[in-house]
Design a protein around this ligand. Structure first.
Ligand SMILES: [Zn+2]
Length: 246
């Protein structure tokens, strides 16, 4: 039944590459090559105090894919973006920037998104990418604790300057109420993943923690997020994003 619905859906909506719009495929090999080809160190104006890496500039298929995912709810695009993030993780390990999995298992913390925006998109698109990255790194255990929350009052940051972006998120990112690095309560036992990170942040040296986001613009959200994680006792090793605005 599911396959039938899918076929009907495909017939109703022509397939278009989420990166370049090419007809006949949801993601073409050229976009795959472009998005998966590199990972580069970037220096946002607001410095989170940890290394920041991007798959490339916010242009071409990276930009199109992020917009498809965020503005057109093309959830399928999270899969190639997650795959590219996974490749970036592997490259960073080869370069010695982060530890290999046998030394330190990976924790990908999705950067927070505004709750209302996430609802409008049918879920958190950054978390979706992180999950796709974890699926790609299938031979290791990757944790994706969605522990960061944006408080009410954070505006859409489009069009804001660096200082306005900083002011917009300052003090408005927090650890989820269900999170505590202390002894897990009843609620945690039901939500094992959050329970896991709650237990694991007490031994942060054994984990490689990367904050993951779609776009790094000024670095304001990343900086506030890293600061909140650090204040909660989580050692952050870096920030990894799909694209960086230059
Ligand atoms: Zn394409």
């Amino acid at each position: 039944m599911k396959a039938t619905v899918r076929t009907l859906f495909d017939l109703a909506l022509p397939r278009e590459c989420g990166g370049c719009g090419a007809v006949g495929t949801l993601w073409c090999s050229r976009c795959e090559d472009t998005v998966c080809s590199a990972v580069e160190r970037v220096s946002p104006r607001v410095d989170p105090g940890v290394p920041c890496w991007a798959l490339g500039p916010y242009s071409g298929p990276r930009r199109s894919a992020v917009l498809e995912l965020k503005e057109r709810n093309r959830h399928d695009v999270a899969v190639p973006l997650g795959r590219a993030l996974a490749h970036a993780v592997q490259k960073l390990r080869l370069l010695g920037e982060i530890d290999p999995p046998e030394l330190s298992s990976l924790v990908l913390v999705p950067a927070p998104t505004r709750a209302r925006a996430a609802r409008g998109r049918g879920g958190d698109h950054v978390e979706r990418c992180a999950r796709a990255a974890a699926a790609e790194l299938r031979h290791e255990v990757v944790r994706i604790p969605s522990v960061l929350r944006m408080r009410r009052g954070v505006r859409d940051s489009v069009g804001l300057s660096a200082s306005e972006r900083q002011a917009n998120v300052s003090g408005r990112i927090e650890m989820a109420r269900s999170y505590s690095p202390g002894s897990p309560g009843r609620r945690y036992r039901r939500r094992t993943e959050i329970g896991d990170i709650a237990a694991r942040v007490r031994i942060p040296r054994e984990r490689t923690v990367l904050l993951v986001d779609d776009v790094l613009t000024t670095g304001a959200t990343a900086t506030e997020s890293v600061s909140v994680l650090k204040n909660s006792g989580v050692r952050v090793d870096g920030v990894l994003v799909v694209a960086a605005v230059r």
